[in-house]
Design a protein around this ligand. Structure first.
Ligand SMILES: Cc1cc2nc3c(=O)[nH]c(=O)nc-3n(C[C@H](O)[C@H](O)[C@H](O)COP(=O)(O)OP(=O)(O)OC[C@H]3O[C@@H](n4cnc5c(N)ncnc54)[C@H](O)[C@@H]3O)c2cc1C
Length: 539
């Protein structure tokens, strides 16, 4: 009787709460606060699922700590009432802890190289997987620069995460949430998230919810470094994402067309058509090469009135492509200069809306400014309570675990070996992130087979992650590229330049593109660009 009374009170309290919070509280029908159904299914048993239904895709979650038995032991109904109102007020939307009759859940943060590889290789017969990211696709970053000038279309380099891991679309308890993780509560094994309202900006601001994990993989990448230079965020465009590439292409075409409008001085036209790239790493060099190709081939043909006014300047504080072999660096420098890219040594001090200023006082007017000076830890990573590696990344051990925090792992640009491992922090490269993702997925699959898949179930010995650098490549425009197959700068090895390298570059990346669909897109885009030139429509 007491139990039935309690149940009624629980329902009443929750209904009252639901009325006050129409977006947060679904109708529920179970006595067990830990198992508030339904996600499209109906539950009658109090020991069913930890999910509750809200508008098809969202769930009511209550921390498992509120066991019904505790409340049932209360001596008076009043006490129980008070307890229950407190509990009702603490109700949250989300996915609660998994139970023994459910699959253990791996929560993956991010859809970059590392996270995507974990998702791809995770055994979804063993695990449910929940991916949380402000981006619903993985970006094939090595080909991103080509999309800025229309050599490739944006879709060719974006791989939908649901294609990478189909369970996210069709497995009952696996989900993709377009959201940003805002906090990790390692004590309660849950992540706190905020839905993204505008995917292209990746900003949060939407519904807040929590997801409990058995295993957590952090693959949230890094952020562009600005070194605190004033005006960079406001006036420069980074080259990290498809949205950035779209902005660059739009601005470039807009400037070209604006210059043809009557009434502009030559000086103003030159400024508008001055494309400045800051950062002489592989991304900056490849983008400069792409731009010069675009100018030589397409601007000369399709914007012949202004073709002599357009220019590209690459600004670098040290030397370009510093991680490459000296001979390759020299080749790249010559090649860029041959194609009309001006190389400028200097450090940017301040960025203004139409010009930037170097530390030596030189002023450089620009119409398009692309910033590509490397990456550093994101504000999310900085906010996490984990020990950090050199460079402020999440510190990991040899198995990519975050020491001291059970069931938490980190891969890719957001992570780095702790000094205690005696290993250097690995470079921020797709090949590192991808191989870490592959290693981690296989480790998690192994752990599940040895009975360690659940939260807090310990671990079994795993082989350490071993990274072997396969080499680096970069295009420099005009069907030329560099291929550096040395394992590290101090070791010998093959290095190639020229047209052969360009063929290797193209074939290597074509085979690395994740899906057949995108492989086909890339091949077709390359062919159409070769025969008909780049698309210069501006939308
Ligand atoms: C233009 C360009 C060209 C490149 N070319 C090469 C190359 O040729 N070869 C090479 O090896 N490397 C290259 N790189 C580097 C390579 O892309 C990165 O090292 C790689 O992307 C790192 O992968 P990641 O998984 O760590 O992070 P990312 O790929 O950066 O992905 C991070 C993911 O986390 C998500 N995220 C961010 N914050 C949150 C949050 N709070 N909650 C949830 N999700 C979040 C992001 O939306 C994203 O999906 C290039 C990079 C760029 C930008």
């Amino acid at each position: 009787m007491k139990l039935r009374g309690l149940l009624n009170t629980v329902r009443a309290a929750a209904r009252a709460f639901e009325t006050q919070n129409p977006h947060h509280i679904p109708t529920y029908n179970s006595i067990d606060f830990k198992c508030i159904p339904t996600h499209g299914r109906s539950f009658t048993s109090p020991r069913t699922s930890s999910l509750g239904l809200l508008q098809d895709q969202q769930f009511l979650w209550h921390p498992a700590r509120y066991g019904i038995s505790t409340a049932a032991e209360r001596v008076s109904d009043k006490e129980a009432d008070n307890e229950i109102s407190t509990q009702a007020a603490a109700l949250e939307i989300g996915l609660g802890p998994t139970r023994n009759d459910e699959k253990p859940r791996v929560v993956v943060l991010g859809t970059g190289w590392g996270a995507a590889r974990v998702l791809k290789d995770l055994n979804t017969r063993i695990y449910d997987v929940v991916c949380i990211s402000p981006r619903n696709h993985m970006v094939f970053t090595p080909l991103l620069a080509s999309t800025c000038v229309g050599t490739l279309e944006f879709r060719s380099v974006a791989e939908p995460v649901r294609t990478i891991q189909p369970a996210l679309s069709n497995a009952a308890d696996s989900y993709f949430y377009l959201a940003r993780c805002t906090n990790i509560d390692t004590e309660n094994h849950e992540v706190h998230c905020e839905a993204v309202l505008n995917e292209t900006q990746g900003e949060g601001g939407g519904e807040k919810f929590k997801v409990a994990y058995d295993k957590l993989v952090i693959g949230t990448g890094a952020e562009a470094s600005t070194f605190g230079i004033d005006g960079v965020y406001e006036h420069a465009i980074f080259l990290r994402d498809v949205k950035n590439a779209m902005d660059i292409r739009t601005k470039l075409l807009l400037n070209l067309m604006n210059c043809e409008i009557p009434g502009k001085s030559v000086e103003e036209k030159k400024r508008l058509l001055h494309c400045v790239v800051v950062g002489g790493g592989p991304t900056g060099v490849e983008f400069s090469g792409e731009l010069s190709d675009f100018i030589q081939r397409d601007v000369h043909r399709k914007f012949s009135h202004v073709k002599d006014l357009i220019a590209v300047t690459l600004i670098e504080a040290k030397e370009i492509l510093s991680s490459f072999d000296v001979r390759l660096r020299q080749y790249a420098t010559n090649q860029l200069q041959k194609t009309g890219v001006q190389l400028k040594h200097g450090m940017v001090k301040h960025v203004f809306p139409e010009k930037l200023e170097l530390t030596d006082g030189t002023e450089v007017p620009y119409g398009l400014l692309v910033w590509s000076t490397g990456v550093g830890p994101s504000s999310f990573v900085k906010s996490l309570p984990f020990e950090k590696s050199k460079g402020g990344r999440i510190g990991v051990d040899n198995n990519l675990r975050v020491p001291g925090f059970e069931d938490v792992y980190a891969v890719g640009d957001c992570s780095g070996y702790l000094e205690s491992t005696g290993k250097p922090v690995l470079p921020a490269l797709a090949q590192v992130a991808e191989r870490q993702g592959k290693y981690l997925a296989h480790s998690l699959n192994k752990l599940a087979k040895s009975g360690h898949a659940r939260a807090g179930s310990g671990t079994s010995p795993l082989e350490p992650f071993v990274y072997k650098h396969l080499g680096s490549m970069a295009t420099v425009g005009r069907y030329k590229a560099l291929v550096d197959l040395r394992e590290s700068p101090d070791k010998g090895g093959l290095s190639l330049t020229g047209f052969k390298s360009w063929l290797i570059w193209r074939s290597a990346y074509l085979t690395r593109v994740v899906s057949w669909r995108n492989r086909l897109y890339v091949a077709i885009n390359w062919a159409t660009t070769f025969f008909f030139g780049r698309d210069i429509s501006r939308f």
